[in-house]
Structure formats: C-alpha cells, structure tokens
Design a protein around this ligand. Structure first.
Ligand SMILES: N[C@@H](CCC(=O)N[C@@H](CS)C(=O)NCC(=O)O)C(=O)O
Length: 225
C-alpha cells in the first residue's frame, strides 16, 4: 500500500497538495501524520533520507518521493487514468506551468500569509509584495485554461493537480480575509465542497499544535502546545 507522510493539517500546505490530489483522484494510500518540528517528525523522516520534508510518498514498492511535483508526476505515470493532469496536451502543459510556478514562486505570500486553516487573521500580512503575489495568482487562475477548457468548475474543467496545488492559496485567502475575484468564486466553492477538502479542513480545526514559525501574528490559543 502507498504510504503518504503528512504534517499538520492546519499548517502544512505542501502536505495538503499531495493528500488532496491522491484522495480526489481515488488513489489508495495509508496516511501517516507527523506534526512539524517535533522529535516524532524527525524520527519518521530519519529512515527515509534524503527525504526531509512532507509530503513524502513511500510507494507500495518502496520508492521514496519527497517533493510534491515529483509525487504528481509519479502518480500520473503510475495511474494514467486517475486524472492527475488534463487529457488534452495543451491544457496539460498549462496545468504543469501553474504547478511549477506555485512550486517556485510566491515567496512573499507564503512567508507573510502562512497557511493557518483554523485561524482568522483578516488584514494581516498584506504588504505590496504580497499584493503583487496575490495579483499574479489571480491572473494565473483566471486564465488557467486560456478559455479552451472543457466545462466544469475546476481550473481545467475536471479536478486535476493544478487545483490541488492552489488549494492552500484558497485556504490562505480565507484566513487573511482576501476576497476571490468574482470569476474565481465558482472554483473556490467547488474546491471547498469536495468531501476530501471538507475532511481536511474539519480535521485541521481539531488540531491544537502551535507552530511558532508559521504564526507571526498571534500567541498560542489556550490549551495549544
Ligand atoms: N519542495 C517541497 C517542499 C515541502 C516542504 O517544505 N514541506 C514542509 C511542510 S509544509 C516541511 O516538511 N518542512 C520541514 C520542517 O518544518 O521541518 C515539496 O514540494 O514537497
């Protein structure tokens, strides 16, 4: 059985990407959660070197893949009918561009608006660089399929890796009180309505682990460790 190591549901945006992709595309896996920056996390990853971050996928035949883009590409090769990428080659190239840009960019947004699903921090973190990142995300998402995509609420019609890669951005916008452009509202609603997404959010709200490095704007809520 494939095994996916993930971190905190509340904070780990990269974990959410691979977990949602596998769940939504119907790829079976056993989940192993290790809270970030704990001895348990270090011990779990120690046996999987050079992996040192989550998500890390340990495939059913023992391959260790420690990067979300590599995980997506592995899944697409191994499960060609799962819908990891759009079927159409033009749309597939565009979906890959979106994921690659998410992977390499948006440092201001990621550092000043860390994913923090259970928190409500409207207005925090919005400086000019973050605004520029948000504007770029909106530009990418509004024009994702170049107007050529099939019908459907997701970025390329049917759910694919690009939706999973931008799901944490949607979580950030909610936490920090940034409105989606009208054109993207159906995408946001469709993503939030996915049972897998609901399950992740509900579980994130139950967590009481405080990660100081991802909490520039508040003290630990009562009872959190
Ligand atoms: N490029 C990696 C980034 C993964 C990453 O940075 N994961 C964070 C959690 S969201 C992590 O494991 N950090 C290790 C730590 O905090 O010790 C990927 O695409 O998977």
């Amino acid at each position: 059985m494939n095994k996916l190591l993930i971190g905190d549901r509340n904070y780990s945006s990269w974990s959410l990407r691979s977990w949602l992709l596998m769940r939504q595309c119907g790829i079976a896996f056993e989940e192993q959660q290790h809270l970030l920056q704990t001895p348990d996390f270090d011990a779990a990853l120690a046996g999987l070197r050079p992996a040192r971050t989550v998500p890390t996928l340990v495939t059913d035949d023992g391959l260790v893949i420690w990067d979300t883009l590599a995980i997506a590409e592995y899944l697409a090769e191994r499960y060609p009918d799962a819908g990891i990428w759009p079927q159409d080659s033009t749309l597939r190239a565009r979906a890959r561009c979106l994921c690659a840009e998410m992977h390499s960019s948006f440092l201001a947004l990621r550092s000043r608006m860390p994913m923090n699903i259970s928190a409500s921090l409207p207005g925090k973190g919005r400086d000019a660089e973050v605004e520029a990142d948000i504007a770029r995300v909106f530009e990418l998402l509004c024009h994702a399929d170049g107007g050529a995509g099939p019908e459907g609420p997701f970025l390329f019609g049917r759910f694919c890796a690009a939706d999973a890669f931008y799901a944490p951005v949607l979580m950030r916008l909610r936490t920090y009180g940034v409105e989606l452009p009208v054109d993207l509202a159906p995408w946001g609603e469709a993503l939030l309505a996915l049972p897998a997404m609901r399950a992740w959010i509900d579980a994130a709200r139950e967590e009481e682990h405080f990660l100081a490095s991802d909490e520039p704007y508040r003290d630990p809520p009562p009872g959190w460790k």
